[in-house]
Design a protein around this ligand. Structure first.
Ligand code: FES
Ligand code: FES
Length: 159
């Protein structure tokens, strides 16, 4: 047991609990940030993806004690002042979801990918999103959405 201070979406939040509790459990059950989803619980599906210091991480496989001290961003933290992020906007415009269960993890992985590669090729997108599973099979639209997000981010950067 211990007390941990987590930096989540720009806010410092104190949490009491076991050191080995997963970040996913803390986000969903203690901090009420339920946009991050529980899929497999084994690091295999990507539904639980968040950003840790800007990089995509599986929150189901990350102990809260490890996440303490890192800058954590969840799907709830992407929108700024009522404006969707380029990746969120692109997923919406491309209709890149069906049931939506995988979507927050997809968006977080795409956000991480585009932070590292501003204009990824088709192959780089497929490889970069490879660890995220969509049971509804919306992969073609997801790839289209990542391409659109890249263009939207480039437009935003020029403003
Ligand atoms: S729930 Fe974390 S990878 Fe599936
Ligand atoms: S939209 Fe249903 S799992 Fe991806």
């Amino acid at each position: 047991m211990g007390e941990y201070t987590l930096s989540v979406n720009g806010k410092n939040l104190k949490v009491n609990g076991p050191a080995e509790e997963s970040l996913l459990s803390v986000l969903r059950n203690r901090l009420d940030l339920t946009g991050t989803k529980y899929g497999c619980g084994e690091g295999q599906c990507g539904a639980c993806t968040v950003l840790l210091n800007g990089h995509a991480a599986r929150s189901c496989m990350t102990d809260v004690s490890v996440a303490a001290g890192a800058k954590i961003v969840t799907i709830e933290g992407l929108e700024q002042d009522g404006k969707l992020s380029p990746v969120q906007q692109a997923f919406l415009e491309e209709g890149a979801f069906q049931c939506g269960y995988c979507t927050s993890g997809m968006i977080m992985s795409a956000t991480s990918l585009l932070a590292e590669q501003h204009e990824p090729t088709h192959e780089q997108i497929v490889a970069g999103m490879d660890g995220n599973v969509c049971r509804c099979g919306t992969y073609p639209r997801i790839v289209q959405a990542v391409k659109l997000a890249s263009r939207l981010a480039a437009q935003e950067a020029k403003r």
